[in-house]
Ligand binder design. Structure first.
Ligand code: AHR
Length: 498
């Protein structure tokens, strides 16, 4: 059997794991909002029109920061259309996804949902067709008690108390030519800076995210970031990073090595943040908001992107399989390994659209990616430890050499959680977890997500093909933990240290 050792030391702390790396993203796109979280016609609907079954499943994922309302959608969105009496809200044409938006679910419905679900709202303002003033008005509507036009309008709409939204994104993917209102970096940077300044004048207690490069294959990758940072440096707190990955070549071993490239993307963006920080003698260093991430390559192309003028069309309904679930775990492993630079990360998205949950009429299914995320989310508190894996590696086609084991570790007092993926397609691997300065005393819990076929997926008829199950092949011996990982598996295990 292959053998590897995961070496850890409790003094080798990367940083506290910001709980906001377990964030989500809800866009007005396809059936994410309508028929997803909000469906007043559904037998599952509660008094607010939200689907109870969907919310219950979302709770298991323990989302923190929830980004809304887009995405590409936000670059043509006017928040004022979606507040006030529902019968007076206009139907609007969404050009990003060629759909009709009914505006029956808007900012107040979203913020009420955040309060119920214990999500931290992360609102994106429209810097495509919108103005800095429209953004600042929305902020006043949300955050100011009353006594001025927009704050009073919120009260008129039945929301006496301000929402106190702290986290705001200054537009979405403005480096992408597909984005409504896409402009060169210098133009975006000036606009973002002015918006940030106006917003801070209205409410100084904000955390602001500027658009960074939205993909590593953009011609402006990192150059855009440097320009935005140089202009906006003291006005922003985070720079966004987005990443969607796929197994287009149908090469599973190669796909499972993609974490090398995710690590590299984070490290390159962080290096630009560091460079600008030092070169321009900034007061504080800008950190990363990895605010869109997922596997997404099957539900792509015109038939998945064009809503053909419908309300809630079927768009981007990616079906996830076992290999996708392992890659989802690798994304989170990478964020944990980079806990010092990645402070926010949002799974894109949460329901129906490239999502861990799919609905079909009254039915709902938890997709494969749901399970590793849930297992990690319940063990997320603590500090990230540096990981070093000793053992066999393989050469991947696109991403260089990787160990068979992908890993991360979180220490919470004396409880240590490790998250490991065995990338091998056909061979089990015995992993010894050693903590240099401590003894592993006791195994507290261990769960596994695995299957025999990388393409295996859950369906509405067979929703439990790939789920989390108790992991039996774990034990403590000689002061370390031993895990026998089957091929194509993800294990989350928690042990108590001396
Ligand atoms: O999440 C789907 C889309 O992907 C978002 O609207 C956009 O920001 C990204 O390109």
């Amino acid at each position: 059997m292959r053998q590897s050792t995961l070496h850890l030391h409790t003094a080798f702390v990367v940083d506290r794991v910001d709980p906001r790396i377990f964030g989500g993203f809800l866009e007005h796109l396809g059936r994410a909002v309508y028929e997803g979280v909000y469906d007043p016609q559904s037998p599952h609907a509660d008094e607010s029109g939200c689907r109870r079954d969907v919310l219950e499943a979302l709770r298991e994922l323990r989302f923190t920061a929830m980004r809304y309302p887009g995405g590409n959608f936000v670059s043509g969105y006017h928040w004022l259309d979606a507040v006030g009496p529902k019968e007076k809200r206009p139907r609007t044409r969404d050009l990003a996804w060629q759909s009709i938006e009914t505006n029956q679910f808007g900012p107040n419905e979203f913020l009420s949902l955040c309060a119920r679900m214990d999500w931290t709202p992360m609102l994106a303002v429209n810097l495509g067709t919108g103005t800095p003033e429209e953004a600042r008005n929305w902020l006043e509507y949300c955050n100011i008690e009353g006594g001025s036009k927009w704050a009073d309008l919120r009260r008129e709409h039945g929301y006496e108390q301000p929402w106190h939204v702290r986290l705001w994104c200054l537009g979405n993917e403005m480096d992408g030519p597909w984005q409504i209102g896409h402009v060169p970096a210098e133009v975006y940077a000036v606009n973002a800076q002015q918006t940030a300044n106006m917003m801070r004048m209205c409410d100084p207690k904000l955390e602001l995210v500027a658009c960074g490069s939205c993909a590593i294959d953009m011609p402006t990758y990192l150059v855009w970031d440097r320009t935005v940072l140089a202009h906006c440096r003291e006005s922003i707190d985070y720079l966004s990073v987005h990443r969607y990955v796929g197994n287009e070549a149908n090469d599973t071993e190669n796909f499972l090595a993609v974490s090398n490239s995710i690590d590299a993307q984070i490290e390159a963006t962080d290096a630009v943040c560091a460079e600008v920080f030092h070169a321009l003698r900034m007061k504080k260093r800008v950190r990363i908001s990895f605010d869109e991430w997922n596997v997404w390559y099957k539900a792509r192309g015109p038939e998945h992107h064009d809503g053909r003028g419908k309300v809630a069309p079927h768009l981007l309904e990616e079906v996830y399989n076992l290999e996708d679930a392992l890659v989802a775990a690798e994304f989170l492993n990478s964020f944990i390994r980079h806990a010092d630079s990645v402070k926010i990360a949002n799974l894109a998205q949460i329901v129906n659209v490239i999502a861990p949950i799919l609905t079909d009429g009254d039915r709902m299914v938890r997709q494969t990616i749901f399970h590793p995320i849930a297992l990690m989310a319940k063990r997320r508190d603590g500090v990230a430890l540096r990981t070093s894996v000793e053992g066999p590696v393989y050469e991947s086609r696109d991403y260089g050499s990787v160990p068979y084991v992908d890993s991360s570790a979180i220490l919470n007092g004396r409880e240590l959680s490790v998250f490991v993926v065995n990338r091998s397609l056909d061979r089990p691997l015995e992993l010894s977890v050693r903590v240099g300065d401590r003894q592993v005393e006791e195994l507290l819990s261990a769960e596994i997500v695995t299957g025999s076929d990388p393409k295996e997926a859950n369906t509405f008829d067979e929703p439990e093909r790939i789920v989390a199950r108790p992991f039996e092949d774990a034990c403590v011996k000689g002061g370390s933990a031993s895990l026998v990982l089957p091929p194509l598996s993800f294990v989350a295990a928690t042990v108590r240290l001396s």
